[in-house]
Write a protein that binds this ligand. Structure first.
Ligand code: UD1
Length: 352
């Protein structure tokens, strides 16, 4: 039994970690192909190192580019790799350009494709991630859904026959890492001289918040005006766009900082007063750590976090400020994202 996993961007490395561990434990030959979509060491290498993945078996070195160039380059590089490997399954993750490229390359070679994190929908057809996930779900043979809501979306699109509810693999990783770092102090509070528990953690990287200079100025001003120091763990995309448009990210409450390794991120969020983000993964991580989250988007794929009160959607500066200062949400023991054993279920299904 041979599985080829194709990954390329930071959140995919997190999802890869528990899959790789479960595959190895089951004696599966697991070949990791890195497209090279993310290449900065803090967006890529540190995740392989800290999450015990080892090194990718194949690195395509595709790098950045427009959607068409990046996706097309990945597809053309994948043909030879998939032809040489001839796996029993090609496993694709999430909703990035790497996901779509691997799916299209594999189905055209008649290789079975399994999509991990299938069925998520924002219903916002302007998001590149929405194009990627809808197209991937309709092309793939097996749809591994993280939540019942995702299964329901697939059923409405006529895909129920290919869907299986497995739970969320990011939860597997989060629960393990939370236990490891629970007794560690916040690395950011120590480094920046902030009081533990008295600052916010922010991440903003989505095209819809970064690429239009007026929108980016609005978001930066909103974060700068918050009532506590706000550490912006800045993805290269927001740094590049802010520099291009002359927008300062070091104003008011806002403290720009480079991206963190996964354990440092979890320790930092755990000891913060709240999260402000447009990341899908971080909304869920905040919920699982029971840290209130304010999401700078008009919709979320992780609707359970909103329904349970631990996440609010915010667009304007006033909404963002109201979100971060809202009263602490009600305690909950709901587990909409599974029991932390999703990866095992995925490997059981792929090897059955
Ligand atoms: C990609 C995914 C997004 C995911 C995010 C996670 C797509 C369409 N988007 O967005 O769904 O949430 O990854 O982080 O696939 N850059 C660097 N170094 C890197 C990588 C990127 O400097 O290692 C810069 C480049 O200027 C690049 C820009 O970031 O043009 C955007 O990178 P790209 O891979 O196109 O998308 P992300 O914004 O990272």
């Amino acid at each position: 039994m041979k599985i080829v996993s194709v990954v390329g961007a930071r959140p995919q490395f997190v999802k890869l970690a528990p899959i790789h561990a479960a595959a190895r434990a089951a004696g599966v030959e697991h070949v990791i192909v890195h497209t090279g979509q993310h290449y900065d060491p803090m967006l890529s290498e540190v995740f392989f190192r800290d999450l015990g993945i080892g090194r990718p078996d194949v690195h395509l070195g595709v790098g950045s580019g427009s959607h068409g160039v990046q996706t097309g380059n990945m597809m053309s590089a994948l043909d030879a790799v998939l032809a040489a490997q001839r796996p029993d399954w090609v496993l694709v993750y999430g909703d990035t350009n790497s996901t779509l490229a691997a799916t299209l390359a594999a189905v055209k070679m008649h290789l079975p494709v399994a999509h991990l994190e299938a069925g998520l929908r924002s219903f916002n057809r302007r998001m590149p991630e929405e194009h990627n996930r809808v197209l991937t779900d309709h092309a793939a043979d097996l749809l591994l859904a993280p939540t019942q809501v995702a299964v329901d979306h697939l059923a409405r699109e006529g895909l129920a026959g290919r869907a299986v509810l497995v739970g969320d693999v990011m939860t597997d990783v989060l629960l393990d890492v939370r236990n490891e770092v629970a007794d560690r102090p916040s690395p950011i509070a120590a480094e920046l001289g902030l009081e533990t528990g008295d600052h916010y953690v922010a991440t903003i990287h989505r095209a819809e918040n970064t690429d239009d200079p007026r929108r980016l100025s609005e978001v930066a001003a909103a974060l700068a005006g918050l009532d506590k120091p706000t550490v912006l763990l800045a993805h290269p995309r927001i740094v590049a766009k802010a520099a291009e448009h002359g927008i300062s990210l070091a104003v008011g409450s806002l403290i720009p900082h480079g991206p963190l390794s996964y354990p440092d991120l979890i320790a930092t969020v755990l000891h913060s007063a709240g999260v402000v983000t447009d990341s899908g993964g971080l909304q869920k991580e905040a919920f699982l750590l029971r840290v209130p989250c304010t999401t700078v988007r008009t919709e979320t794929e992780w609707s359970e976090t909103v329904q349970l009160g631990w996440n609010v959607l915010a667009g304007s500066a006033a909404e963002i400020a109201a979100g971060v200062t809202r009263p602490r949400p009600p305690a909950t023991d709901a587990i909409p994202y599974g029991d932390g054993h999703a990866a095992q279920r995925v490997i059981d299904i792929l090897t059955a």
